[in-house]
Design a protein around this ligand. Structure first.
Ligand SMILES: CC(C)(COP(=O)(O)OP(=O)(O)OC[C@H]1O[C@@H](n2cnc3c(N)ncnc32)[C@H](O)[C@@H]1OP(=O)(O)O)[C@@H](O)C(=O)NCCC(=O)NCCS
Length: 193
C-alpha cells in the first residue's frame, strides 16, 4: 500500500499491540479469509461466504455506516507487521433486537490464527474507553450465542454484565450491557489495585 493511501486512512485507536482503523477496500482478502472460515461462523448464525464479492459488499456496507452513523466496525491491524487480524468495535443497531432499537453494540471477529492471545479483550477495552470518553455514550450493549464461551469471556473481562438470555432467530443468545457509570467504576478499581 502506498504511503499516500496509508496517510488517508482514519486511525481511531492504538493499543499496546494493535491499531484500530477504518475498514478499507484493500482489506477484502483478509475479510474473505475471515468470513469463509466455517470455524469462525460456528456461533454466528449464518453461513461462511463463498466468493470474494460478498466480502466487497460487506466492506461497502460498513463504509456506508461510517457515513450515515459516524461509526461502524473497525479493522484490527497488527502494529508491528501491519497484518489484518479481523474487525472489532461499535455498530449502531437500527433494527429491533431483544426489544431494543437504536443502541450501540460491541462486536469482534478475528482470523482463527489470532484466537487465544487476548486480542479481542484488548480491542473491547479500548473500544469501551472510546465509547465512554470520546463518544460520551451512556451505555453499550453486546450479544452472543449462549454457547459462545470465548465471546462471553471477552465481554465479562471488559466489564459487561449479563442481563438475560433471549431468542434471536431461533437461537438462544445472551444479552449484555455496560453503563458509563459501571465502566468508570471499573477504571477507579483498576487504578487502586
Ligand atoms: C470469540 C473471539 C472473538 C475471542 O477472541 P480472542 O482474542 O481469542 O479472545 P481473548 O483471547 O481476548 O479471550 C478472552 C478470554 O476468553 C477465553 N477464551 C477465548 N476463547 C475461548 C473459547 N473458545 N473457549 C473458552 N474460553 C475462551 C480466553 O482464555 C480469555 O480468558 P483468560 O484471560 O482467563 O485466559 C474469537 O474466538 C473469534 O473471533 N471467534 C469467531 C467469531 C465470533 O464468535 N465472534 C463473536 C461473536 S458474538
Amino acid at each position: 500500500m502506498s504511503n499516500e493511501i496509508l496517510k488517508k486512512i482514519k486511525i481511531h485507536l492504538e493499543t499496546e499491540r494493535l491499531i484500530l482503523r477504518d475498514i478499507i477496500s484493500t482489506d477484502v482478502d483478509g475479510l474473505f479469509e475471515l468470513d469463509s472460515n466455517p470455524n469462525v461462523h460456528t456461533y454466528l448464525g449464518n453461513k461462511p461466504v463463498e466468493n470474494i464479492d460478498q466480502s466487497r459488499e460487506v466492506i461497502k456496507a460498513i463504509q456506508q455506516q461510517y457515513r450515515e452513523n459516524g461509526i461502524g466496525r473497525w479493522a484490527i491491524i497488527d502494529k508491528e507487521t501491519k497484518d489484518f487480524i479481523g474487525w472489532t468495535g461499535l455498530k449502531l443497531v437500527t433494527e429491533k433486537i431483544n426489544s431494543h432499537i437504536g443502541f450501540y453494540d460491541l462486536g469482534y471477529r478475528l482470523l482463527e490464527k489470532y484466537w487465544g492471545k487476548g486480542i479481542a479483550t484488548e480491542t473491547a477495552n479500548a473500544t469501551l474507553k472510546y465509547a465512554f470518553t470520546k463518544l460520551n455514550l451512556l451505555e453499550v450493549y453486546a450479544m452472543c450465542d449462549i454457547e459462545n464461551i470465548g465471546s462471553k469471556n471477552v465481554l465479562e473481562k471488559a466489564g459487561f454484565s449479563f442481563i438475560e438470555s433471549f431468542d434471536y432467530n431461533g437461537i438462544e443468545h445472551n444479552w449484555f450491557k455496560i453503563t458509563k457509570g459501571e465502566w468508570n467504576g471499573k477504571q477507579i478499581l483498576n487504578a487502586k489495585l
